[in-house]
Design a binder for this molecule. Sequence first.
Ligand code: SF4
Length: 63
Amino acid sequence: MKVRVDPERCQGHTLCAMIAPKAFQLSDIDGHSTPVSEDVPADQEDAVREAVHSCPEQAISIY
Ligand code: SF4
């Protein structure tokens, strides 16, 4: 499974990093999120799926 964060949509709500702290990192500058790795480790898949559903901006996509 791969994950992507749309930088145009992300508003830095931080929810994804609270739900899946190993999968998302937040910018020190603007608080926006990027995946730690595009390839999601198997043990992070459930947390990443939860983050997808929790993002208020629908900025996270998995494929
Ligand atoms: S939850 Fe969505 S809007 Fe908030 S930091 Fe994560 S990707 Fe960005």
